[in-house]
Design a binder for this molecule. Structure first.
Ligand code: NAI
Ligand code: MG
Length: 353
């Protein structure tokens, strides 16, 4: 089968790590006759903005819609305000393609040491609601400069929004042999929005009673991530809570150079988008030392979403082999290798499997 993949390399280290992810996809194509990729690259980045005054062409979303999946580098450049790059490129894609699940595996790979220094395996996923919740533009400010100056920011929780992320969590758990879903809440203090979150999540939990359900207040849960991360399997969270937990999660398993993510449209009506969690890293851009593993793993998640979990697992074990051998690692994880050498090493493992 041939999959149409749109590649948006972006800015800074985005193109550097994405090149290695594409290299790995090519190695998969070469080593497995049953799959091929029709890859098209779109240079919609800050350079494009400086030239055209917009982040993508007016029919950009229509162009992307025809693809099976999107592989996104990272975006961000000091010459363009961050709100422009985020709100004119990433957000339109996430919202128009209804990518309401932000999927983040938190897995301590073989060969790596957690800064927590405990010997327990860490292997769970965070499913963050990606389209509503605390990140809404409803609200406003009043009385600027006066003593009574104030700001109001509303949280938007909808039955549909909560139901679909909760149902995804249970479906994911079942498909991956997970036996428990943990919901992050704060219904003791955020009494309207989070009480509603609990109510709707619990309705879905009751319909999926074969999988255990538990909930924790977000502050306690953050502490448990550090104290007993081995207890979690599938963590379900609102937009804000999931955002914070995801960064905490990536920190306990090795940092940004190793953190992949997916923005998933579970109905498959529109393409999903896969991207490393990190940004364009201007401090190391152009030096050829960015760790490409986060982006290569993101490409693996893309293959899993396209129905090839076997190929995801194959890429992940190639990554684990090079982490265990420790010969070809980038500086962020203690090595001296370049981005390109790490990509070559992982692609090489796949070609000899
Ligand atoms: P960042 O993730 O780009 O960098 C944070 C730190 O982590 C830096 O010291 C960087 O060198 C290091 N780092 C990141 N990825 C790495 C990798 N693969 N290998 C080795 N080291 C790595 O976050 P920062 O500096 O806050 O943001 C830089 C730009 O990226 C900003 O313009 C920001 O808006 C943008 N950004 C874009 C995102 C996206 O495209 N989804 C996500 C996060 C930030
Ligand atoms: Mg974040």
């Amino acid at each position: 089968q041939t999959y149409k993949i749109a590649v948006l390399p972006g800015d800074g280290i985005g193109p550097e790590v994405t090149k290695e992810a594409v290299k790995v996809l090519k190695a998969i194509e070469e080593s497995d006759e049953s799959i091929s990729f029709d890859i098209k690259t779109f240079h919609w980045n800050s350079e494009y903005y400086l030239e055209h005054g917009k982040m993508m062409p007016d029919d950009g979303l229509d162009q992307l819609k025809t693809f099976d999946s999107i592989l996104f580098g990272a975006i961000g450049d000091s010459r363009v305000p961050d709100p422009v790059t985020v709100w004119e490129l990433i957000m339109p894609i996430r919202k128009n393609f209804q990518q309401f699940v932000n999927f983040r595996p938190i897995k301590l790979l073989k060969g790596l040491q957690s800064p927590l220094n405990n010997s327990h395996p860490i292997d769970f996923v965070i499913l963050r609601e990606n389209g509503e919740g605390e990140y809404s533009n409803m609200g406003g400010t009043m009385f600027p400069g006066e003593q009574r100056e104030m700001a109001v920011q509303n949280t938007v929780m909808t039955r549909q929004g909560i139901t679909q992320i909760a149902e995804f969590a249970y479906q994911y758990a079942r498909e991956h042999g997970k036996t428990k879903v943990t919901s992050a809440t704060k219904s003791n203090a955020i009494i309207h929005a989070m009480t509603f979150w609990d109510k709707v999540v619990e309705e879905v939990a009751e319909q999926n009673a074969d999988v255990e359900y538990e909930k924790y207040y977000i502050d306690a849960l953050a502490a448990y991530f550090v104290q007993r991360p081995e207890d979690f399997q599938v963590v379900l969270a609102s937009n804000l809570f999931g955002d914070i937990l995801s960064d905490l999660g990536s920190a306990i398993v090795g940092g940004l150079g190793l953190a992949p993510s997916g923005n998933i449209n579970p109905t498959r009506e529109f393409p999903s988008m896969f991207e490393a969690v990190h940004g364009s890293a201007p401090d190391i851009a152009g030096k050829g030392i960015a760790n490409p593993i986060a982006q290569i793993w993101s490409a693996a998640l893309m293959l899993e979403h396209l129905g090839r979990r076997d190929l995801h697992d194959k890429i992940l074990s190639a990554i684990e082999e090079i982490l265990e051998e420790k010969n070809v690692l980038t500086p962020d994880i203690g090595g001296t290798a370049t981005t390109e050498l790490v990509g070559d090493a992982i692609a090489g493992k796949l070609l000899t499997k």
